[in-house]
Design a protein around this ligand. Sequence first.
Ligand SMILES: [Fe+2]
Length: 439
Amino acid sequence: MLTDVRGYPIDTENAAAAAAFDQAIARFFEFRLDAPALADLAIEADPNCALAQMTKAFMLLGAQSRRLLPVVAEHVAAAERSGAGRHPRARGWLAGLKALNANDLPRAAAAFRAHLTDWPRDLFIMKQMQQQTLFWRGLSLELRDSMLRVRHAWDESVPGYAHYLGLLAFGYEEAGDYVAAERAGRACVERAPDDIWGIHSVAHVLEMQGRHREGIAWMDYPADAWADRAPLARHLWWHKSLFHWDSGDYEGALALLDRSIYPEPTALYIDIQNAAALLWRLEFAGVDVGDRWRVLAEQAETVLDDQMLGFTDSHIAVTLARAGRGEALARHRQVLAERADSGGWAAALTAEATLPVADAIHAYCNGDYDRAVEGLLAVREEWSRLGGSHAQRDLYAQALIDSAVKAGRTTLAEALLAERSALHPTSRGVAYWRAQLAA
Ligand SMILES: [Fe+2]
């Protein structure tokens, strides 16, 4: 049996399949668009390589689209036919993959947690665990701790060490350990300048610490720097736009939106998240965003029943509502209501977090700011369950502040702004809302 670049067994005797498997994962960690094609190459070389089949399946799941689940299921079936359940390494992959394909993220996390205890250098599964099962559930501390539990297996001599540092950095950042996060993130990028996740981890630190000028300098890359790295590239530009927004440079943020964040219509989940999150922030600051909601809503309408993530659904809700798409909004709500009734982990999440947040957003967009305040406050402790980062979920906190200000709920708005000015003392948003409140 052949081994991968970190010495772990691959269930193939075909050298071309093994080489393509390693390359697919290496390219995946640079967010290169050709990573799935390399997984296909490994499958082509040996269709009975379960790990190759599952590598492709995990990559497909990364698109967060229900329409792809049948294709994922075909790869799962192929992996099972190849004996993935009996292979010492592949069986952990299979357990996690099947749970993910059933949209049972807690069960997937448990499978990956068990797998990584025995295979702590299984870099691809570390990424699947962090991104798919922890990040999208908002489990800030476990994002860090899961990476600390494998730390004993990593040092400079292990291929991909820089990528490990990038994952660790993001875990530290979400857990609030900003000094450790920045150190690990910069160490990642020094070793692997193409690890754009490392760049992203440091950007998060700079955002959370309100270091906006440093953030703009950190993201000082040519417009085409990450041309073959979409969609994370567009999320990186979104981060840069936040530094502009926090600095009060709304024109700069809008220019980035048009140039790099949402340069052309797309319905990919992360593009909807990025664009909606920036457009709403700009509107909170009083910026006229033209007909950009309409362009985004036309895309969102094509995928309103296709989402895996409550976080995306909340952004679809605001997009449709801001664009005045009443009929689509009603259809979207119906989709969420049916999902909330369907049973299991995802149903509970939809019922207890996604739907109430979406309804509060509708209320805001209808001008019923009191109801928006009540709706958002009622599920304040559930926001994190929708997943995403602190920087992304900040949108809900901003929506609550804006609702309180617009509803004339002065004492609540003052309390929320006291909180915000402590957490984001350098953000211009605080001053803007204070001025609104005083007017
Ligand atoms: Fe981010």
